[in-house]
Ligand binder design. Structure first.
Ligand SMILES: CN1c2c(nc(N)[nH]c2=O)NC[C@@H]1CNc1ccc(C(=O)N[C@@H](CCC(=O)N[C@@H](CCC(=O)N[C@@H](CCC(=O)O)C(=O)O)C(=O)O)C(=O)O)cc1
Ligand SMILES: N[C@@H](CCS)C(=O)O
Ligand SMILES: [Zn+2]
Length: 770
């Protein structure tokens, strides 16, 4: 019998219940016990959904209050002393590592651990941070054991998910000032895994899913070599330990296929056959004689209904070689990256709705495919017919095709990708009308999205206030934000983005070719969620999207005020993209729509325009090679096409909130933006060395403080940070700004942090102008 399996389920709940509970706990509105009870309720609800759907292999320990990697940091006792010294309750210590903690009355002040993108997704994980004398110790009540028992008690037998030791270490880093190479810690870490597996077995666990997603990367020799000792140990624990199924996702493992020879004692291997179906034969060829293949054929990263016929064909190929008992039908990855259920969407057009499948629906899909290949297609005849109809409806729908968009794409010329003059000429031109001091200060675009803003937007969406009332409210917000920036004495203002629910969803709602949802939330980090709009057809811009608000802000600003839009690659990556058209085509359509917006902003008198591309790095194919080069070409072209329609006088900014730009520097330079703001506050400033090494001529604002945490950085801390940056950047090229937008922050901490930031900038301005 072919079993069905889900690799992980979204944890937020149908109505973002987990977000609400964690934020209520942080705000002191519910107790710790209430929070823990809500977590338990959600886990049970999610297990029940999967059990009722008939899923054979249901995950546990896929739940996390903040992040699953952070769970492992705590599970293995990899807690830096700056947190453990406060002897906080484990729940509070966990959140302190995730989001920092500042309680001046109790003498507690600690920033969060670094948070970075999970592979090429818009989910962020907390980076394990190791010391030179790192030790590892299993937590007293290991979470995977506790949650397995909890499920068992509820009548659900689960397969706990744990992150494998090699991935844990490869995804880790040495703490600031430490030099440990994490992978060298394998021997110290493995005993903790052995202890955990023994405890799981003692609790009755038969099977464990051990995730080693780093196998999809090009691995350093040391990391690759670590698999053999790790899995010779963990795969040979016999009756003392559960069977292990090693899971990879988001790429193929063909380039690391030799590693499989040292994994032959494991029960099974999971591969992503949505992303890389071509790896099937190679992986089957490398399996041990009794090993099971978990075939990831239901997409964990996108919302399109699975094409059953195509999925069944893939699974049948595996069955022909391995037999039914050695094949599992699975989601390609955890379903963390898709929304909870399509059932909540009441406003979608019926034709288009029929093309989608969210997490709950995907659990049903794995079951149907498994049944089709076990019992034959007749056993699920109706479902197969309905599915074929949906697939056909989408393939032939007129809604996906716009000849005018295609015609415009066909007429794009190479010249449209180039600014009129090189940077020195532009810089001189811009200096004539945009007066800036040394170390200009600015922010990244958004100011706090207060409860009041969200309430008014909610009322407007529901028709409880008129468009005029909403517009007045937004104008008042912009006025307030401009006044605050005057008081804070910033040099380049922003309008604060109060009209935007989200930097991508907002544009999706204004572009044709998109549909958007009401409840389709996906976790981005911690309690923060996004509602990615869905690209269903060719994209175009029926009308200006941001000009009114930006023009208004400029009209009331005494200093330059940036126009603000989201770039084409980010609009693409943070949407659910089409899977029937190459992403380069979708990016170019978005670029043309945004080019019109940029030109309109300039025509409306906006001299500084920021085009955010924080997802440019995340879209980089995970392995070096031709695919990566091709991506860089079309992604850079899309940005240039979007921005190059303006005159030399307009200063184009771009923003990236990630610090991993070293392997990517040439693409950033090729964007030809006049000013870049990048994330840097939580990374080593020496990463900036690449800007000197490559003689980067233009201007840069590496973030001087972390906006993900409510913690207020001191003026001295920011000065120290700028001092470090000046080892790598020229004073005349350095801007001073936070890491990213301030929408998640509250006003008091925002004002305090920016005051400190501005004072630090003034100190250097004085120092370098005398
Ligand atoms: C910059 N980042 C972004 C990423 N991806 C995006 N798509 N957008 C980004 O900005 N990726 C990387 C980074 C970090 N990520 C995030 C992600 C999410 C947030 C954030 O603040 N999310 C909000 C939700 C934002 C939103 O869409 N809000 C809507 C709906 C608000 C709402 O909940 N309304 C209530 C009713 C109103 C009320 O009573 O409060 C409801 O619907 O129930 C809006 O503003 O209209 C979040 O809350 O998680 C930040 C950084
Ligand atoms: N302009 C956006 C960029 C976030 S990446 C903001 O400030 O929120
Ligand atoms: Zn950002």
């Amino acid at each position: 019998m072919v079993q069905s399996s889900v690799l992980g389920f979204p944890r937020m709940g149908k109505l973002r219940d987990l977000k609400k509970a964690t934020e209520a706990y942080w705000g002191g509105k519910i107790s710790r016990d209430d929070l823990l009870a809500e977590g338990k309720r959600l886990r049970q609800e999610h297990w029940k959904i999967q059990k009722d759907a008939g899923v054979d292999i249901i995950p546990s320990n896929d739940f996390a209050f903040y992040d699953q990697v952070l769970d492992h940091i705590q599970l293995f006792g990899v807690i830096p002393e700056r947190y453990s010294k406060y002897n906080l309750h484990p729940v509070d210590e966990y959140f302190a590592m995730g989001r920092g903690l500042q309680k001046p009355d109790e003498g507690v002040d600690v920033p969060s651990l670094e948070m970075v993108k999970w592979f090429d997704s818009n989910y962020h994980y907390v980076k394990p941070t190791l010391q030179d004398n790192q030790t590892f110790k299993l937590a007293a009540n290991p979470k995977p054991v506790v949650e397995f028992l909890e499920a068992k008690e509820a009548g659900v037998v689960t397969r706990p998910v744990i992150l494998g030791p090699v991935s844990f270490l490869v995804l880790a880093k040495a703490d600031r000032g430490q030099s440990v190479d994490p992978i060298t810690q394998l021997d110290n870490l493995l005993p903790v895994y052995v202890e955990l597996l023994n405890k799981l077995k003692a609790a009755g666990v038969e099977d464990v899913q051990i995730d080693e997603p780093i196998l999809v990367f090009d691995l350093a020799a040391k990391a690759k070599a670590a698999f053999k000792p790790a899995y010779e140990k963990l795969g040979n624990l016999g009756a003392q330990a559960p069977r292990l199924t090693l899971a990879t996702y988001f790429g193929d493992i063909v380039h690391n296929i030799d590693v499989l020879s040292s994994l032959q004692n494991l029960h099974g291997i999971h591969v992503d056959l949505v992303r890389n179906p071509e790896q099937l034969d190679t992986v089957i060829g490398a399996l041990g004689p009794n090993q099971v293949l978990s075939a990831g054929v239901v997409d964990g990263r996108n919302i399109w209904k699975t094409n059953f016929q195509a999925a069944i064909e893939k699974v049948e190929l595996a069955i022909q070689k391995l037999g039914k008992d050695r094949v599992i039908v699975a989601t390609s990855s955890s379903l963390l990256h898709v929304p909870h259920t399509l059932a909540s969407e009441k406003n979608l057009d019926a034709e288009i709705r029929d093309w989608f499948s969210f997490a709950v629906e995907k659990t049903a899909e794995v079951v149907i495919i498994a049944k089709a290949v076990t019992e034959g297609p007749a056993s699920v005849k109706e479902q197969l017919e309905a599915n074929a109809k949906s697939v056909q409806s989408r393939a032939s729908s007129k809604r996906t095709n716009d000849p005018a968009v295609k015609a415009r794409q066909a007429s794009v010329t190479p010249e449209q990708h180039n600014r009129k003059s090189p940077f020195p000429v532009r810089h001189a031109e811009q200096g004539k009308s945009i007066n800036l001091p040394l170390f200009p200060t600015t922010t990244i675009g958004s100011f706090p999205q207060t409860k009041e803003i969200r309430i008014q937007r909610n009322k407007f969406t529901k028709g409880e206030i008129t468009p005029e009332e909403y517009e007045k409210f937004i104008e008042k917000e912009i006025q307030d934000v401009i006044k605050i920036q005057e008081e804070l004495d910033l040099d380049v203002f922003v309008h604060g983005e109060p009209e935007r629910n989200d930097m991508v969803q907002y544009f999706g709602e204004r572009l044709t070719g998109y549909v958007f949802t009401t409840h389709a939330w996906v976790q981005s980090y911690g309690s923060r969620c996004v509602r990615p709009p869905i690209i269903v057809g060719d994209v175009s811009r029926p009308a200006p999207m941001t000009v009114k608000e930006s023009k208004y802000a400029v009209s009331i600003s005494k200093k330059p005020c940036k126009g603000m839009i989201t770039g084409p690659v980010t609009c693409l990556r943070w949407s659910f993209p089409r899977d029937d058209v190459h992403q380069s085509v979708q990016a170019q359509q978005l670029a043309l729509a945004l080019r019109d917006e940029v030109v309109d902003l300039e025509a409306a008198g906006i001299q500084v325009i920021q085009v955010d591309e924080p997802a440019l790095r995340e879209g980089l194919p995970l392995r070096a090679g031709a695919e990566r080069e091709a991506y860089l070409k079309w992604a850079v072209d899309a940005f240039r096409l979007a921005t190059a329609g303006v005159t030399d006088n307009t200063q184009v900014h771009s923003h990236f909130c990630y610090s991993e730009f070293q392997d990517f520097f040439h693409a950033i330079a090729a964007l030809d933006a006049d000013v870049l703001s990048i994330e840097n506050s939580k990374s080593d400033a020496k990463l900036l060395k690449v800007f000197i090494d490559e003689a980067y001529p233009r201007h840069i604002g590496p973030g001087v403080y972390d906006i993900h945490s409510p913690r207020v950085p001191s003026e001295q801390e920011i000065k120290d940070r700028i001092e470090e940056m000046l080892q790598y950047l020229r004073p005349d090229q350095l801007w001073v700004n936070p890491d990213c937008g301030l929408k998640t922050r509250q006003w008091p901490e925002t004002k305090a942090a920016i005051t400190n930031m501005n004072n630090a900038a003034k100190y250097f301005r004085q120092k370098y102008s005398s």
